[in-house]
Ligand binder design. Structure first.
Ligand code: SAM
Length: 311
């Protein structure tokens, strides 16, 4: 059977089962099985063997039963890297690419286009542009790293920087390690522990975090493919969803270089509360960047001045 005809039938089955992006997912399942890019698939959709059709029927049944597409196909593309995922690790979301893009842009330019973050960042400038100077080598920390998607994207964009990714889940870290290996990224290392626990005494020019931020009471209202399959420890941000942000904002100044940058992904309605918490902790030049739907999604703030290494 020609793959395009199979995709059409499959899309219909997924649509009837209530799957929103049925056509896209049907094509995704088939392309993943065949190992084809979208352009290669569209250029000449191949014939499917009987064995492949049987496998696709099995995968479709799993998808209809609620398993996330990316757990079934086993990987996705994030910032042009191949990121492997499966039970025990959160599937990276497209909005998290926005966080990475912001981080890369700020680190590269060392300043913001916005008046609020216009502060020149000579340490960023010199560190990234003189990679041979070991004393100016940058260090980045990605808290709650999960699959390592943020840490690996930064390590890939800045091959002369040292990147640390921390997660409390050994299962997630196993994926992060495999993803580093698969993408041949050697300047990222992954550590197991509670937030800053494994990096005591270190300082970073940029800290990123996409922590669990769903309110506990809202978990039961998430789509079945999320609440029944993705790890609860990657989702639950406590009664008001802000537990991790409070801890990160309180502790980050001890781990940021003076003027260092904190960048965090936010839940859809959290920007006001988190900006207020950050201001109370002395962060400056705070701003929240909207995602493509106009939702303030990425928090940025500079480390309070004068934070002492021994604090
Ligand atoms: C929302 S996921 C983010 C994963 C990944 N950074 C991403 O953007 O796809 C949150 C991650 O935080 C981890 N986590 C939860 N509690 C933690 C803690 N106390 N310390 C470190 N990591 C934690 C979870 O295991 C999970 O991998």
């Amino acid at each position: 059977m020609i793959a395009s005809a199979f995709v059409q039938d499959l899309a219909q089955r997924l649509h009837v089962a209530g799957i929103a992006d049925a056509a896209q997912e049907a094509e995704g399942l088939v392309r993943a099985l065949l190992g084809l890019s979208k352009s290669a698939y569209l250029a000449s959709p191949p014939e499917l063997t009987d064995g492949q059709i049987t496998q696709l029927h099995q995968q479709t049944a799993r998808r209809i039963a609620g398993e996330p597409l990316h757990y079934i196909v086993g990987s996705l593309t994030f910032m042009n890297l191949r990121v492997m995922v499966g039970p025990g690790v959160l599937i990276p979301r497209p909005e998290t690419e926005l966080l990475v893009e912001e981080a890369i842009r700020r680190i590269r330019s060392g300043k913001s286009e916005e008046r609020g973050l216009e502060t020149e960042r000579p340490e960023f400038e010199s560190g990234i542009r003189n990679p041979g100077n070991a004393s100016l080598r940058h260090s980045f920390l990605d808290l709650c790293t999960g699959s390592g998607c943020i840490a690996l994207s930064l390590a890939h964009a800045f091959p002369d920087a040292d990147v640390f990714g921390v997660d409390i889940s050994p299962q997630a870290l196993a994926y992060a390690g495999r993803n580093a290996e698969y993408n041949a990224i050697r300047n990222a290392r992954f550590l197991e522990g509670d937030l800053f626990g494994p990096v005591q005494g270190r300082r970073f020019s940029c800290i990123t975090a996409n922590p669990p931020y769903i309110r506990t009471a809202d978990i039961g209202r998430l789509q079945v493919e999320i609440r029944a399959h993705e790890p609860l420890g990657a989702l639950d941000g406590g009664p008001d969803g802000l537990e991790y942000y409070r801890r990160i904002l309180a502790e980050a100044p001890r781990y940021l270089e003076p003027g260092g940058l904190l960048i965090m992904e936010l839940g859809y309605d959290q920007s006001d509360e988190i900006s207020a918490l950050a201001a109370a902790r002395g962060f400056r030049d705070i701003r929240c960047v909207p995602d493509y739907a106009g939702i303030p999604r990425v928090f940025l703030g500079l480390c309070p001045h004068g934070e002492q290494r021994s604090a």
